[in-house]
Design a protein around this ligand. Structure first.
Ligand SMILES: [Zn+2]
Length: 638
């Protein structure tokens, strides 16, 4: 077991304005509106077996696939998000809605435990015939995560019992024993869900099956998906496999041999999350090494500055190194959410601030951009540049991202800190309170700040009785010139190791730690291999990446603006925008469009002095529609 483990979300009270506001929105608006949408789209009706299934709402593609095969997962994710919400505020109406869905699932479950409403309702004879495409274990994984969350919050076992019956069926069907199939799902997810169930129950069989799935993935010959296709379609395949390669599902080779991040981004992140969980739990050095190699690959060549992942819509995933187009960036919300899961597991495999840095980057940028301020509109793709065309969706034919972002926000407390027997580690800041048992005494901890707007942080440490333990403070990789003190006495921050400053002392009631993380606005430059960002600069302050939006920069599309290399970047608190944010402004130049009559000409366009205003990227597309860009063309004086 890792020495430091996350403090469970129900034990962390969010008091800071930033997350409190997001959480309130998710509780009051997102969770109820998502339930309405599940109803409107027929997803809740699809659970009501043995009613005959209604006509397909989303017809099958040429390859036989419809997004409806993973509707069960949407129900599981909604129950999970709603359960997290209940931990903050009990709500009888939400609880009744969850119970009604569980009633339906209980009635739908087959006598042998099988539970997949698509197959049970439409083609029961075809169950377990297409793990490559049809998400049966993926659906089971999301239902299981929902069942675990609901049990953790309410103590009610019924959903968990349903899922354990289903898992017993799965464990009997798949494995390396005689008469078992050596299958695993094309879309990873159940692996990390099984680890949650294992942590909850301590039952070895769940850990064993997760280990089996991870070990079996990519083994060949024969490749399970080839064997399965032959069983399904005969040796002459009639249905083309759209992706034509197993990199798409990270099943091209055994996971310990994988050294490049490939394929569908969300699948990859869910897989690596489970690999890191297992590496920690089993003490598996080869698995840990694979996680580290894959981590380095994505960080060095494949991640957007916003922590978005997967540039391509074609495979919803990765392409080649440094391929990070801005306007066509896919950067699915789910992928950034899943990166947070992976980063958190890496952090507990090896307490290194570099993982928390990415967890934070994804949280404040690539993931949070997926949810609107009003809590009822979403982005599936999160481009870094826009001509003004994209707008947020009320829902999506494939609503995976909607509930991924709501379950993240509703459970955000679990990412703030970790505890060990003799210490506590702060990873994120933003105003939280919690009571923990450390070094045999109850310790109240209260972190007060207006993070991410300011890096001025106070932590009140109040043990019931004086006790010696570690308080580890993350010094973010982006920070420069951090200072710290305890009860006014300066602590040199140069002693920070791998991103954490460790304060070990006899703590007593009334102790106060002050941590100051200066947040000057900075320019970021991309590796020249990222051709789309050549000659451009991104703006960042603290953990927040900024963008220019047309509404703050009137006069035409923001692409007309250039930022001089040495122009001063000013941070300005704006209480009139989004209930108070910090904007960045600078003197800029603006290309004159109006006097340029031709499509091409030999004389350059005129440039006029201008100013530019940038807002945090996660807030874009919440006001009037217009152009946006993260990577701003830079003007370099000769
Ligand atoms: Zn998604």
């Amino acid at each position: 077991m890792p020495r430091y483990a996350p403090v469970p979300f129900p034990e962390v009270k969010l008091e800071g304005q930033f997350w409190h506001e997001r959480l309130d929105t998710v509780l009051a608006r997102t969770v109820p509106s998502q339930h309405r949408k599940l109803g409107e789209y027929g997803i809740l009706d699809s659970l009501k077996l043995p009613n005959p299934p209604p006509p397909l709402r989303f017809p099958r593609h040429a390859n036989g696939f419809t997004v409806q095969v993973f509707w069960d997962s949407d129900v599981g994710k909604w129950i999970e998000a709603a359960s997290y919400a209940l931990a903050h505020r009990r709500d009888i109406d939400i609880e009744n809605k969850i119970e009604a869905a569980i009633d339906d699932l209980e009635k739908a479950q087959a006598p042998d435990g099988y539970l997949n409403c698509w197959y049970l309702g439409r083609e029961p004879e075809k169950r377990w015939t297409n793990l490559r495409d049809n998400h049966e274990m993926y659906n089971a994984g999301h239902l299981l995560e929902g069942a675990v969350a609901y049990f953790q919050v309410t103590g009610r076992r019924r959903f968990l019992d349903i899922m354990e019956r289903y898992l017993d069926h799965i464990y009997a069907t798949f494995g390396t024993g005689p008469g078992q199939r050596r299958g695993y799902d094309g879309h990873e997810e159940i692996e990390l869900a099984l680890m949650k169930l294992y942590y909850l129950t301590g039952e070895r069989k769940h850990l064993d099956f997760a280990t089996y799935l991870i070990n079996e993935r990519g083994q060949q010959p024969p490749h399970y998906f080839d064997w399965e296709r032959e069983q399904r379609e005969g040796s002459e395949s009639k249905q083309p496999y759209v992706f034509a390669n197993y990199e798409y599902s990270q099943s091209h080779k055994p996971v310990r041999e994988q050294n490049k991040v490939v394929g569908h981004a969300v699948r990859a992140m869910y897989l690596y999350t489970a690999m890191a969980d297992l590496a920690a739990e089993l003490g598996d050095a080869a698995l840990k090494r694979a996680c580290e190699v894959l981590w380095d690959d994505v960080m060095k060549t494949k991640m957007y500055v916003t922590a978005g992942l997967g540039p391509s819509a074609h495979n919803e995933g990765f392409t080649h190194d440094y391929d990070l187009p801005n306007q066509t960036a896919y950067a699915e919300t789910c992928a950034s959410v899943a990166l947070i899961f992976w980063a958190q597991r890496m952090l507990h495999l090896d307490l290194d601030g570099k993982y928390a840095d990415i967890l934070e980057l994804a949280m404040f940028n690539g993931a949070l951009s997926g949810l609107s301020r009003d809590g009822e509109h979403y982005f599936y793709a999160n481009p870094l540049e826009s001509d003004g065309t994209p707008t947020r969706w009320e829902w999506h034919t494939c609503p995976c991202c909607t509930m991924n972002v709501s379950r993240l926000v509703a459970s955000v407390g679990q990412y703030f800190l970790s505890s060990a027997e003799d210490g506590v580690a702060f990873h994120l800041y933003g105003g939280i309170a919690t009571d923990l048992e450390i070094a045999g005494t109850k310790v109240s901890l209260r972190e007060v700040s207006t993070y991410p707007w300011s890096g001025d942080i106070r932590i009140h440490v109040d043990p019931e009785t004086p006790a010696a333990f570690d308080v580890k403070l993350r010094i973010p990789g982006w920070s420069n010139g951090a200072t710290a003190s305890v009860n006014g006495e300066t602590i040199p921050t140069g002693s920070a190791e791998r991103g954490y400053l460790t304060l070990r002392r006899q703590w007593q009631k009334g102790d106060v730690i002050a941590l100051d993380l200066p947040m000057p606005p900075v320019r970021l430059y991309a590796h020249p291999g990222v051709i789309m960002d050549a000659g451009r600069v991104a703006l960042k302050r603290g953990p927040l990446v900024y963008c220019l939006e047309e509404v703050d920069n009137p006069g035409g599309r923001v692409q007309r603006l250039k930022l001089p290399r040495h122009a001063l970047l000013k941070a300005e608190t704006r209480s009139d925008l989004f209930d108070g944010i910090v904007t960045l402004t600078a003197e800029a130049t603006s290309l004159e469009e109006s006097e340029f009559a031709e499509l091409y000409r030999t004389a350059p366009p005129r440039e006029a002095p201008s100013t530019l205003t940038a807002i945090p990227y996660f807030l874009w597309a919440n006001r009037e529609q217009g152009s946006m860009m993260v990577w701003v063309p830079e003007a370099v004086a000769n």
